[in-house]
Design a protein around this ligand. Structure first.
Ligand SMILES: [Zn+2]
Length: 82
């Protein structure tokens, strides 16, 4: 799964996902150098693994979202039929 650097203090995430953790670690060091003077941010930061097939926010895979929508539509249709 791809790796992504996230800085919780700045509420930002790196623009690029990396297949290898080393790429995200380079992003981490770059951000710490640029934004925090090389220090570890007090608010925390870290590297997270994200789902390869996601909407971009790393929360839900795209197909899961449509599956939930479809199930909701089925339930509503059943209610209206009475
Ligand atoms: Zn930061």
């Amino acid at each position: 799964m791809p790796h992504l650097y996230i800085c919780h203090q700045c509420r930002t995430r790196a623009p690029k996902r990396w297949d290898r953790r080393e790429g995200a670690e380079a992003d981490q060091q770059q951000h710490r150098d640029d934004a925090h003077g090389g220090h570890v941010p007090i608010g925390g930061d870290g590297i997270e693994t994200v789902h390869a097939d996601s909407r971009g926010d790393g929360l839900l895979p795209r197909h899961t979202f449509f599956a939930v929508l479809f199930l909701l539509a089925l339930v509503l249709a059943n209610c209206w039929r009475g």
